[in-house]
Structures are given as C-alpha cells and as structure tokens.
Design a protein around this ligand. Sequence first.
Ligand code: NAP
Ligand code: MG
Length: 494
Amino acid sequence: MAQVEKRESSAPAPAPLEWEYAPAPEARDVVQLEERYGLFVGGEIVQPQTGEWFASISPSTEETLFEVALAGEADVDGAVGAARDAYENGWSGLAPSERAKYLFRIARILQERSRELAVAESLDGGKPIRESRDVDIPLAAAHFFYYAGWADKLEYAFPNRTPEPLGVAAQIIPWNFPLLMLAWKIAPALACGNTVVLKPAETTPLTAMIFADVCRQAELPPGVVNLVTGDGTTGAHLVRHDGIDKLAFTGSTEVGKLIMRELAGRDVRLTLELGGKAANIVFDDAALDQAVEGIVNGIYFNQGHVCCAGSRLLVQESIYEPLLEKLKRRLSTLRVGDPLDKNTDVGAINSKAQLEKIRELVASGEDEGAEIFQPECELPERGYWFVPTLFTNVAQSYRIAQEEIFGPVLSVLTFRTPEEAIEKANNTPYGLSAGVWTEKGSRILWMVERLRAGVVWANTFNRFDPTSPFGGYRESGFGREGGRHGLEPYLRLE
Ligand code: NAP
Ligand code: MG
C-alpha cells in the first residue's frame, strides 16, 4: 500500500504542475504530393480542357502544396458523360452483391491508407491530426462499410416497393470535412446503383484526389466515380448540366438557395445539407465537468468549422457562474497550433476568407455590447489562426447569436425555465442540431419533442455514426444522410 505523506495544515499547497509539451509531429512524408492533380474522369486522370490550374495551400503555413485542375463547362460535360456511360453500360445492371464488393474494397483501402489520408487532410485543410486520424478517416471508412451492407438489401429497406437507382448523381461538398463529406455522398449513391460526379471544395481537394487513386486500386469500373475540381463556377456548371438526375449539396444556405432556384422546374432530385446555429442547453442538474467537455467539443472541434456546432450555449441561470468558471479554465488549456502535432487541440482556420469572416463577426459582437473572453495563447507567425473565444452578455438579437460564424467562437446566453430554453433555442432560422445536458431522462424527452432540430444529442455532442440519419429543418436544408434514411434520396421507389 502506498505511503501517504501527511502535510502540515499550515503548509502552502504545492503549485500545480506546469507541463511542457515536447513537439509530437506526425510524419509528413507518408503523403507523396504530386506537383499537379488532374481531373478524374472515366477512370483516368485527365488534363482540364480549360488549361487552367490553381494552387492548394496549407492554411497553417500558407505554402503552396500542389496545383489542381480548374474544371470548366466542357470538363464537367465530359465527367457527366462518363458517369452516364458507366451507369448505362454496366453499373446499374450489376448484381447488387457485386456492387457491395466494390464498396467493401474501398472501405478496406481507406483503412489501409488511413495514416496517409489523415496527414493529407490535416495538411490541406488545417484540422488537427488527432481529429483527422480519429474522426474523419475512420468515419469515412465506416460509411463505406455501412452502405456496402445495404447494397443487396434495398428491397428489405423499403418493403412492398421496388427500389431503382436514379442515374447520374451530381454532388457538391464543402471544405470542413473533405473526405468524410465525400464518403457521405458517394457511399449511398453507389450502394443504390447510381454513378457519381463529385466536386470537392476549392481549398481542400487533396483527399478527393487520393480517393481517385483508391477507386483505381479497388478496380472500380471506369466512370462510376468522377471527380471535378474547381471553384464555385465549376459547381454551377454541374448544377446547370442537363444530364444529371440528382443533386446533393452540402454547404452554405446562400448557395443552397441559388441551387434550388436553378433546379426549379427540372426533373432533378435535390437534397440540401446547409448551415446551423445550434443551441447546447445545460440544466442545473447536469454533470458540470462532463458538460464542459461537451461544450468544448461542441464548438472548438475542427475550429468550429462544423455545420452542427454547438455555437450557442444556453446555461440555466443558477449554475451560470460555476459553469463559466470551469469553461474559461478549460479554454485556457486548449493547445492551438500545428495541425500535424498530435498534441494540438485547435488547428488552423481553413482559409484567409474564412478567417476574415470570423474576425468580422467577432468585431460585430464587441460592437453590439457582448463581453469577449479569450485565453492567453501564442499563435504561430504564419498561417491563419483564431484564438478560441467566448462571448458573454449576449442578447438574442446580436449577430453572433443569430448568424453562423463557422469558427471557434461561442455565444453564451442564459435561461431560467425549460420553456424559456426552448423558446431561445428555437429562435433561429436554422434547425440542424441541438444538445441537452441534464440528469433527468424525462426532461430530455420533453426537450427533444419541442426542439426544432434534425439531431438532438443528450449528454454528449457531435457524435456521429453511419447508422444514424443526419439533416436539417428550415434554412438548414432537407433530406437525410446516413442510416436507412440516407438511401432514399438516391432511389426511385415504385
Ligand atoms: P459554400 O460556399 O456554399 O460551398 C460549398 C460547395 O459549393 C463548395 O464546393 C463550393 O465550391 C461550391 N459552390 C460555391 N458556389 C457555388 C455555386 N454558385 N453553385 C454550385 N456550387 C457552388 O460553403 P462553404 O463556405 O464552402 O462551406 C461552409 C458552409 O457549409 C457553412 O455554412 C456550413 O454550415 C455548411 N455546411 C453544412 C453541412 C451540413 O451537413 N449541413 C456540412 C458542412 C458544411 P468552392 O469551394 O470551390 O467555392
Ligand atoms: Mg488547402
């Protein structure tokens, strides 16, 4: 049994240990960067017909990592044509169990190449390696495993109906979870027998280009998956193309609205996964330390570049002070810096444009009268960074309580009764997610019935699983991804 040394009661308590962290960088050379990445069309890497290329940079160092093709109208047309050929000449007629084998193979290769993919994701997008390694890449593989299992069971998913694929699915994704969003889009589309043309985001094309190689490694028939890199204009060409049967978009509400207008009157099935301004609601009977971890995970995970981020904290008034004290102390321990360092909690802001957007909204919060708290924090000299921030004294009308900041910035509000919590939580044009922290199961159920959000987490936050549907209400979009629900947008059900 260990000896316990007795201390004189008058002796001062020992100073808390200050740990110095040694750098713990992940090896960068597990990724062999090419100088230029072409488009992936019909199973081949092809040069863009525009003859144009653009640079993808590392947001943590501002260095140019590689160049990538800027696809124009003719390139998009070629990709849609390749997807149509593949659909009609093989893929849609393939036995579903054969389709499943390709998906299983892709899932296995993603696992095998997970270290390379994690480093690539952190390098190109700025997210901490801990997150790309433990969240993005494993979940992307899990998505392919999950939908591989559905490929030959579609008639059981929809009893008494005949599920048929739609045809060519056009898919447009954002930069916050590049490979994971690709998996959310491609896995169900292929499982249901469709072929795909996907456009990655301008700032994060790298893991999609590695995915092209994964498709070739899995010997996926040419043209089943096509990848067109570019900017918003490339996305617009894809939306306008008359050869698509389905459009799946994840991104901003603004672009979502543009797309909806463009598709009005056309026979194209649409799903939109848009923004959010989630309430994370803490009642006075919640386990406070756990709640603090959930709040931190809710808003500082992935630099707050998360559509379902818990960006509005609603705290019951009676625990406001102790909770805020714990939260501020926890904020001071977050390590901001090199995304490839395994000790990093908060990485780089994805782009200069996003950093400016965050700065502008934070300035508006100060102007409108909110009180800002930022822990002391040394930021690297180069790259795009923002200190984890929280605002107190926030009125519901402030822009920081209404608009999506999409950065590591939390707005704290208070409430007295569950009714008031509901009223404040639902006071948003969005409806993607919410969190409830309480020991009482009946209160969780009472809240869930009243919260207008697609996903409600109880005593946890930002938990994902391929079996669970995800999606929004109102300005957060429509349609569900994940789970059995995630099959429906890719099927015609007779
Ligand atoms: P964004 O500007 O809407 O971009 C999303 C994608 O659309 C990108 O690939 C973008 O290309 C492309 N795009 C831009 N303009 C287009 C147009 N006119 N027509 C067709 N495509 C176009 O959004 P973002 O700023 O990249 O991403 C952040 C937003 O996405 C946030 O509001 C966030 O809430 C939302 N989001 C939602 C979910 C969800 O599941 N609900 C998930 C992640 C993110 P470029 O990158 O080349 O400009
Ligand atoms: Mg980049």
